[in-house]
Structures are given as C-alpha cells and as structure tokens.
Design a protein around this ligand. Sequence first.
Ligand code: ADP
Length: 489
Amino acid sequence: MNKYILSIDAGTSSSRAVVVNILGEIIGISQYEFQQFFPKNGWVEHDPMEIWNTQLRAIKDVLKKTNINANMIQSVGITNQRETTVIWNKNTGLPVYNAIVWQDRRTADYCDDLKSKNLEQKFTDKTGLLLDPYFSGTKIKWILENDPKLFQLAKANQLAFGTIDSWLIWNLTCGEVHVTDVTNASRTLLFNIHSLEWDQELLNILNIPYNILPKIVSNSEFIAHINDGILGQEIPITAIAGDQQSALFGQMCFNKGDVKNTYGTGCFSMMNTGSQIVKSSNKMLTTVAYQINGTTNYAIEGSVFIAGSLIQWLRDGLGIISKAYEIELLAESETTNGGLTLIPALTGLGAPYWNPDVKGAIFGITRNTSKGHIARAALESIAIRTYEIILSMEKDANIKFSSLKVDGGASNNNLLMQIQSDLLQKEVIRPMVTECTALGVAFMSGLGSGYWSSLEDLKKLNKKNDTFQPKESKQELLLNWNKHIKTLI
Ligand code: ADP
C-alpha cells in the first residue's frame, strides 16, 4: 500500500492541509480561511475554536479529495504561524481568551517599560530576540493580567499556554498532550536558546507561572498519536515547526550559510548558521532553525515589512495595475527605471535602519516618467531591501553564502528575481514547488517516521528549479539608493 505524509499548515489567514508523497510531491491541498478580528487599533485576534474547526475540516477534505484513508498516512507534521498566543482551560479544553496574533501591538507600552528598566540585553542574550510585542511572552502576560481570576487559575495549574501547534495537538489528542517544539518555543521570549529550556528568570520577570508552559520536543521525533476518534484510527504526529523554519527546511537549506527568502506581503529571510549562535549587531533575530537527532542548527532571521504589499499599493492605491502579476509586464515596458529611486518605507523601515517614522518617497520624477519606470523602481526597491537584509546577515554571521533560495507569491516575478540576482551577484534558485512551508514539516515528519531516511535522501527529491544568474552590475542603482535614503533617515 502507498503511504503518504500529511502536512498541517496552520497559517495566519487560513488553515491548510497538504498531502505529500514519497517523491516529495504535493498531491492535494485543502484550505479554509478564518476570520481576522481587529477589536481596537493595533489589536489582531483569531478565534482558536475556528482555527481548530477549519483545520480539521481541511484535513478531512484533503483526505477525501485525494482518496486517502487514515491508514495510508505514515505520519503527520504541523507547521504554524509563530508567536500567536492561545491560553485555554486544561479541564474544559476551552480558550479563556481569543488568540492574540503575532501582528498585535497591544503590549508595546509594556515592552517599552521593560526596556526602560534596561532589561532588553538580558532578553536578547538569552532568547536571541528583541523586546517587541511581536513575541508571545508579553501576550501571555496580558491575557493573565486582563482578568485577575485567570492569573489565579494559572497558578493553580488549571491553564495551558500554547502557540497554534500546541493548541492543535491538544485538540488532536483530545486533551492528552501539551507540547511545542524548539522553533516555536524560541519565539516566545521565554526560551533560552543556549540551554534549550524555558528560562525561569525570564518567567519571573514577566510573572508567568511555569506550569502553564508546554513540554518542548525536537522537530522530528514521535510526539503523540492523533486520537482514533478524530480520523478513525490513531496516526503518529512526528514533527512540529514554526512556518519560517519549516520553509527553510522545505528549501533544503541544510548547510551552514544556506539562505532562503520568502517574498510574501513582507519578506522573511533566514540563514542557517549551523551550530553557531550568532549575536547580531544589526538587530536581526537569532533563533533555532531546527533540532533533529539531537543536533541543533541555529539561524539568523531578518524581515522586510513591505514587499508584496508595495505591489498591492500600486494596484489598489495608485491603480496602475489591476492584478499583482501585471507589475512584471509593466516594468518590462521600460528598459531602465528612468532615473527613479523608490523608497518603500510605507510603514517605516526595519533592519538595518530601524526607523518607524520614515515615510516612503519617489525621487527623480521628470516629464518623461512613466508608469513603467515606477513599476521597475518598485521591483528594484523590494530587491534592494532584501539585499540589505541579506548583507547584514552575512556580516553578522561572518559567513559568505553562495546562492539564495526563494519562495512566496512575489517570487513568481522573474524580473524581480533577476534584479535580486544582479544585486547580490549570486545565483537565485526558485523551486518548482513553492509550497516550501508545508513541504518542510512534511520532510521533518517523514524523517521522524522512517518514510525518508536522511537529509541526503531528501536532497535527491529536489530535482526541478528555476535559476537566475547575475547578468549585470547594479552599482549605480545602489549608489542612487544610498544617496537618497540618507536624506530621509
Ligand atoms: P502572504 O503569504 O504574505 O499572504 P503570498 O506569498 O501569498 O503572501 O504572496 C502574495 C503577495 O505577493 C501579495 O502582496 C502580492 O501583491 C505579491 N505578488 C503576487 N504575485 C506577484 C508578482 N508576480 N509580482 C510581484 N508581486 C506579486
């Protein structure tokens, strides 16, 4: 009987389930969107029950669609939106508050307060992160303090905290198992990336009881069985990983210095730094890449806030295109940018500038400026911001990388990828299967259940890629960029 891996991909806007075969091919996907709640300015919430229900529906759907019975699934892997925080009652299994999503900024003042007490260095040294509302720690604190009864319940060991992986596994095991993995743990501000354990000192600072935390597992090992009441028979869960780490693995960035960049709404870059825990001088994040068979690989991570969303703005704000993909054709209608430099600081600038107040700008407009020039300058700006992040990572890690692996919606833009290759003067590699997030945890799960035997085994699956080689120098582009950006920051 043919066997398959089921990948559960719990994203920020939808719950997806993906079936992968022994060749590493995706043979079915089901997906359900769920509601985003914005109760106040800067607040973003999800309903944990809706996440669970849509996820279960996606799982049942994809099995039906692909005609696969539960007994044909060798094992399951779970990847998820990171940092998003759920707290539920261990007795009833019900959430005590909505999930507070990674984008939520409600704990910004509290983070500032900790910074004013000079605590940021301590958190960064231990966790590799910055004191920012992005991470789970201050979200947990907020939920527990929002209702004093909850803090008492937490102290009395009645509550459980988890990121979405933990919440799904709790439900898939009918409340038997409370776990998370090292990559999700490393995004909480509570996890010491050196000792690979929850850090009591940080828990004390945030006043979070230890007993609400899940047990930590590696990325690829037997974790739990899905309860037989759910899909008709027990199925082993053998992998968990946060979405960006899963994409890194799905891109087969197994070696020190391998880099991937995901071009979505924003860009997420990650470099595998092997056993080295890099201390960033550019406010990049240090995080666990994956832990398999007792070996821990670390990563350095940088993100660009505005990437595909710049194209959305050109579509919805300026109306110069009606579909995102049209940007490529429009940019190709001109052979140059006509002397334009576009600074895509639509929501300030992140690393390495870290200036939230900068506004975007277009320099060099003349009577000859066309939509095509603007389109080209926009694509160049996305590639330059990625170039800056990757260069900073390279400096921080003191590792020269050889090629860039790419995925995400905007990576389908060939012109953007060519400009990226020209800027970096490196090869850019785009796999035919761009579902790298779902694929990564499927690989981890298959390794954990003996479906595939080794990383070498996995590498043999990676046959089809599009590659972009550097063709021309972009020195002038960079000179102009540097000249103009200096006037803004
Ligand atoms: P996310 O996972 O963040 O929702 P996706 O990976 O689905 O993002 O990518 C969607 C983003 O990519 C959108 O912001 C869209 O504007 C942009 N995009 C999609 N296709 C193209 C293209 N061909 N060229 C440039 N940008 C694109």
